[in-house]
Write a protein that binds this ligand. Structure first.
Ligand SMILES: [Zn+2]
Length: 190
């Protein structure tokens, strides 16, 4: 029996994660991102810095960098952004960027990445302790119902279990709009 729990919803705007190597190439050797505000998971933070990104000859300006630096450079877009770029953007679990879309990133300097642009699969962050308590396994897919006037059930929500994760259902702005959710909300497993 799955225990009924209230799940905090967090809405992600388009953003980019960068390796330190790419930060160096974009902003100068040894450059350190400046923290604008902490985000809910582990040491994630919104940086003051933004970049412009060009895909398929079209550009979106002012894309927020999310630190700390990662092992891979990954741009997380919405399906609406893909429509703007007039191209298909693969739907992937964060971190799984092999064979994804090429992009040009512009900071002080410009770099071209052969892959890294994705639409992130909706996912649930949860600690190993809570996962055990609620009977959830890493990478299992669940359904979460949320919203009021535009009540929606999201299926194929990927469970991500990791030490230090705080319980949160992460969706992008397109998904949030579908369910009539502004910045935060509550959902429940169904
Ligand atoms: Zn997340």
């Amino acid at each position: 029996m799955m225990k009924e729990i209230s799940i905090p919803i967090e809405v992600s705007a388009r953003h980019i994660h960068l390796t330190q190597e790419d930060i160096n190439a974009l902003f100068g050797e040894g450059y350190e991102l400046k923290k604008l505000k902490d985000l809910s998971q582990a040491d994630d933070f919104a940086a003051e810095e933004t970049v412009d990104v060009e895909i398929n000859g079209r550009e979106i300006k002012g894309i927020r960098i999310v630190g700390a630096p990662r092992e891979y450079t990954q741009l997380e877009l919405t399906a609406s952004d893909a429509y703007y770029f007039k191209t298909e953007v693969p739907l992937r679990l964060s971190g799984n960027i092999e064979g994804t879309l090429e992009m040009k990133i512009k900071g002080k300097e410009e770099i071209v990445k052969e892959e890294g642009a994705i639409i992130a699969k909706r996912h649930l962050h949860i600690s190993p302790q809570e996962a055990e308590e609620y009977g959830l396994k890493n990478e299992e897919e669940i359904s979460i119902q949320c919203g009021e006037e535009r009540k929606t059930t999201f299926h194929k929500v990927v469970v991500r279990v990791k030490e230090g994760f705080k319980l949160a259902f992460h969706i992008d702005i397109d998904e949030a709009n579908t369910a009539g959710i502004k910045n935060t909300g509550e959902g429940k497993m169904v």
